[in-house]
Design a protein around this ligand. Structure first.
Ligand code: DGL
Length: 253
């Protein structure tokens, strides 16, 4: 099976990493709209417009499914993409909600959702979780993490300063939804700040969702990865080599 993976920039590589780890697909075509990232601070109409342009880009490839790695696009443009696409389109929010329901049976747990302005403003996670009976939900925009991670800034002092800026009012967080492509890269540090809380990661959630909902036979051979970016494709390649580590496929275009 061949997949397209769309993100606003390089962050969707965190989802690609999970797909590669589980050998879900034979071929992956990745497109990051690096010329126009970040999407998370933009309004709905802009995000929908950019996402539909990306859909046109994927029409150049013979793919069986389109995965929307970006939470902001999943929050604001998934219906429009599904309506216009001739192949299945899967965003990360429904899988994230399902993953949480599978992992957390106690509906009283204190759950924190962190994401971009668009993802948090859409209330998609909150609505889905409230429908599932979860009561103690806090949603928080933590957009500053995105450029820091893009820049490769993982300095402990800077991170801790950001954590206390964003999280200082929060008490007894037990589960955290990393509702942004970039946040898995600082997952361990965030979870440590909250005394080892449980976390939900879009990449892992989508793997579970795909295996449950589509007839996918795990690929026996190494996945081929084609990387495309609307700006600075070299930087995307370099970030992929760094972020994907051992999972960075040898087989390219
Ligand atoms: N990919 C975006 C997301 O997951 C983060 C970066 C952006 O704001 O575009 O929401």
């Amino acid at each position: 099976m061949r997949a397209g993976v769309f993100d606003s920039g390089v962050g969707g590589l965190s989802v690609v990493k999970s797909l590669l780890e589980h050998r879900i697909f034979e071929d992956i075509v990745y497109y990051g709209d690096t010329a126009r990232v970040p999407y998370g601070a933009k309004d709905k109409n802009t995000i929908v417009g950019f996402s539909l342009e990306a859909l046109e880009f994927f029409k150049n490839f013979d793919i069986d499914i389109l995965i929307i790695a970006c939470n902001s696009v999943s929050a604001y443009a998934i219906e429009e993409l599904k309506a216009k696409a001739s192949i299945p389109v899967v965003g990360v929010i429904e899988p994230g909600i399902r993953a949480l329901k599978n992992k957390v049976q106690d509906k009283q747990k204190n759950i924190l959702i962190i994401g971009t302005k668009a993802t948090i403003a859409s209330k998609k996670y909150e609505i889905g979780l409230r429908e599932g009976g979860y009561k103690n939900l806090t949603s928080l925009e933590t957009g500053l993490f995105v450029p820091m991670i893009e820049e490769g800034i993982f300095d402990e002092n800077i991170l801790q300063a950001c954590f206390s800026y964003y999280f200082k009012e929060l008490k007894n967080i037990e589960v955290i939804i990393l509702a942004c492509t970039h946040f898995p890269l600082i997952k361990n540090k965030i979870c440590k700040y909250f005394n080892g809380c449980l976390s939900i990661h879009s990449g892992e959630a989508i793997v579970e969702y795909l295996l449950e909902n589509f007839k996918i036979e795990k690929s026996k051979k190494e996945t081929t990865l084609k990387l495309f970016a609307s700006d600075n494709p070299k930087k995307l390649e370099q970030t992929a080599a760094k972020w994907l580590g051992d999972f960075y496929p040898k087989k390219r275009k």
